[in-house]
Design a protein around this ligand. Structure first.
Ligand code: SAM
Length: 439
């Protein structure tokens, strides 16, 4: 008989409870629960991931569907029962699990949680939903976002509103960045094919290949050899915009986990590169990434808003400011954003971004470039932020990114909305320091 810790549904429940109950991020909850499990065979591992991510993605809409079937809301000690029912609904409404199996397996979860008294309740509600022939409708896309997110997206992007919500509810592809200075994209695609992994060249991003289905990339020879790295196609566009050349002194100001640090060094391997991040444990991941691709940067643990603690006084030719943001462009990869972020976070993030930009600007050489990027689609974090910054600094001009083939040129900066060429949502603005700072 399958034990609890090898049951993908029970493990998904456990991870979701960490997200809902403790505010843990989905990725860290997923990893923590897996680490505690007795190990899942490949089929169950993908079922676990699908149940966990899918239920999280549709959580708020499923709650709405469930509501009329409940006589009263669950007490906080029975929150697990609500989550059990949502996992059941996800299987019935959004997966191709046989109804009978979905109901039985969900009832079993109540039993595994030692809530035998609730077996009839879970069974009755799910059977009623099936009898009622409930289906997911277009309006459920919006219902799976908190109201404040719906409002912000519709204010910022009224004409793209439905498309953005849908894109955020889609499953993100697994996209790899190929080190195209070492190997051609075609040869990598062929080599992956030989290992049973089907992939195709991305439509617009030269270095990107998109896998047909997710797989454990760490097992691929090309990954261990540093020839491919996991990175969304939109994120792969950043580094090319910085126009780095041999021996330049470059600051990657918010570097962890090092996706763009690695990309910078794969494009120009003799950069004098400082990778800064304030989170020491995340900085470890930059180190691991650089070891894997066999490149070097100086890793510095420090706060970008307070350079006086780490800056050694030699100005940079280039600064990459890939700043902390709301993640509103990557909701499809991180559906927990819909459950964990609060409306009030945005003003705080905007403030942090401003403080980082203002603190970094004096570190840039006259003539130097700073690339501002976020994986957000909110205008406050993007175009309004750049407008504010450029107007505040009379030695700063924006270099329009109008020679590229992707995204939308905005009054300030360039925006990719989620789903465009199957990419994450991203924003970029390239700023040039035209004269020295006034003393
Ligand atoms: C969007 S992530 C960066 C992703 C990274 N550039 C990449 O491509 O892999 C933002 C990073 O900023 C870091 N961070 C947030 N506030 C910071 C600050 N004040 N100083 C330095 N790093 C900060 C976070 O720890 C996080 O690792």
């Amino acid at each position: 008989m399958q034990t609890k810790s090898a049951n993908p549904r029970w493990l998904a429940l456990k991870a979701l409870m960490l997200v809902i109950g403790q505010g843990r991020s989905l990725d860290s909850a997923a990893d923590a629960v897996l680490a505690d499990s007795t190990g899942l065979e490949a089929r169950n591992l993908s079922l676990y991931q699908e149940l966990l991510r899918g239920t999280c993605r549709w959580f708020l809409a499923l709650q709405l569907i469930l509501k009329p079937y409940l006589r009263k809301s669950f007490k906080s000690k029975d929150r697990d029962l609500e989550v059990i029912l949502l996992i059941g609904l996800y299987q019935i409404l959004l997966m191709r699990v046989d109804d009978h199996a979905a109901v039985n397996e969900t009832v079993k979860l109540a039993q595994l949680q030692h809530k035998h008294w609730a077996k009839g309740l879970v069974n009755g509600i799910l059977r009623q939903v099936i009898r009622d022939e409930v289906v997911i409708e277009a309006a459920h896309h919006a219902a799976s976002y908190p109201q404040w997110m719906q409002q912000r997206i519709s204010q910022d992007w009224p004409q793209h509103y439905a498309q953005i919500l849908e894109a955020g509810n889609s499953r993100a592809p697994l996209t790899l960045r190929v080190d195209i200075r070492q190997r051609s994209v075609e040869s990598i695609i062929q080599s992956l094919q030989n290992q049973g992994v089907t992939a195709a060249r991305h439509e617009v991003v030269e270095s990107a290949i998109v896998l047909d289905r997710a797989c454990d990339v760490t097992r691929l020879d090309e990954f261990s050899a540093g020839l491919v790295s996991v990175q969304d196609a939109a994120a792969q566009l950043a580094v090319g915009l910085l126009d780095c050349r041999s021996k330049m002194r470059v600051l990657d100001a918010c570097a962890a986990p090092g996706g763009k640090t690695a990309h910078l060094l794969q494009l120009v391997d003799d950069l004098d590169l400082i990778a800064l991040d304030q989170d020491a444990s995340r900085l470890q991941r930059v180190n691991q990434n650089l070891l894997r691709i066999d490149r070097h940067a100086s890793l510095v643990c420090g706060d970008a808003t307070a350079p006086e603690h780490w800056y050694e006084g030699s100005e940079f030719d280039r600064i990459l400011a890939d700043l902390p943001c709301s993640g509103s462009g990557v909701v499809r990869r991180h559906p927990d954003i819909k459950l964990l972020r609060r409306a009030s976070d945005i003003a705080q993030l905007v403030d942090t971004q401003q403080r980082i930009l203002v603190a970094l600007w004096p570190l840039l050489k006259p003539g130097g470039l700073m690339l501002y990027s976020t994986c957000s689609i909110y205008k406050d974090e993007n175009e309004r932020q750049i407008e504010w910054f450029v107007k505040k600094h009379d030695n700063c001009v924006e270099r329009p990114l109008d020679s590229v083939q992707w995204g939308e040129q905005r009054p300030w900066g360039r925006q990719i909305l989620p789903g465009l060429y199957n990419m994450d949502g991203f924003f970029y603005a390239c700023l040039q320091k035209v004269t020295a700072d006034k003393m």
